[in-house]
Design a protein around this ligand. Structure first.
Ligand code: GTP
Ligand code: MG
Length: 195
């Protein structure tokens, strides 16, 4: 799936801009700066396919990437970016809601959680939205290179506790570092099974 080049298809700012739902789709959701774009770059072996930056809230569109014969990969706008103007935040939230609840070919949402922070209130909102939308979601912990082994066990326990309340949660947590490559092959294998 990831051996052939993954290509950027389009950035979408409204529901009517979505590409035809003619193939399976998976999306990556998470707070601003959690590492969504970096994860997509790591998965696809591309340095700058999905733009990664230090400026939170940089990815403001729903970005579609095509794999050869596999699913669309979708990079969602980051949520919980407090400094963005209120009207912009509202617009993103509406789009996110419409997308997650209305996209018929969406097989799984990967919800990225920063290993240093665990599941926060703002994450809970999206997890509940995924429950209501009946979209299976799986947690991907990001930036594990930034914490110790002991901290890792603690945050995994916290995330597991939070997931227990969510019927749409897949029980397996994928632990990753886009920087060090940890967990990337595991995640590729999971994605390859989704049809
Ligand atoms: P938005 O598009 O703004 O929502 O952000 P994003 O979720 O796409 O995050 P992005 O990939 O742009 O990464 C944000 C910052 O975290 C960048 O400075 C990355 O270099 C850094 N980062 C991402 N993944 C990792 C990781 O695994 N380890 C470390 N140490 N840093 C990471
Ligand atoms: Mg991004």
């Amino acid at each position: 799936l990831f051996a052939a080049p993954v290509e950027f298809l389009k950035g979408v700012v409204a529901m009517n801009g979505l590409p035809p739902s003619d193939r399976v789709e998976i999306c990556f959701a998470g707070r601003s700066n959690v590492g969504k774009s970096s994860l997509i770059n790591a998965l696809t072996n591309r340095k700058n396919l999905a733009r990664a930056s230090n400026t939170p809230g940089r990815t403001q569109e729903i970005n579609f990437f095509t794999t050869q014969g596999g699913p669309y990969l979708v990079d969602l706008p980051g949520y919980g970016f407090a400094e963005a103007p209120v009207n912009i935040v509202k617009k993103w939230q509406e789009l996110l809601k419409a997308y997650l609840s209305g996209r018929v070919n969406l097989r799984r949402a990967f919800v990225l959680i920063d290993a240093r922070h665990g599941v926060k209130k703002v994450d809970e909102e999206i997890l509940s939205l995924l429950d209501r939308s009946a979209v299976t979601f799986q947690v991907v912990m990001t930036k594990v290179d930034k914490i110790s082994k002991a901290e890792r066990e603690k945050v995994i326990a916290q995330v597991k506790g939070a997931l227990a309340k969510h019927p749409a949660a897949h029980p397996e947590i994928v632990v990753t570092s886009s920087e060090k490559g940890e967990g990337i092959e595991t995640l590729r294998a999971i994605i390859a099974t989704l049809e």
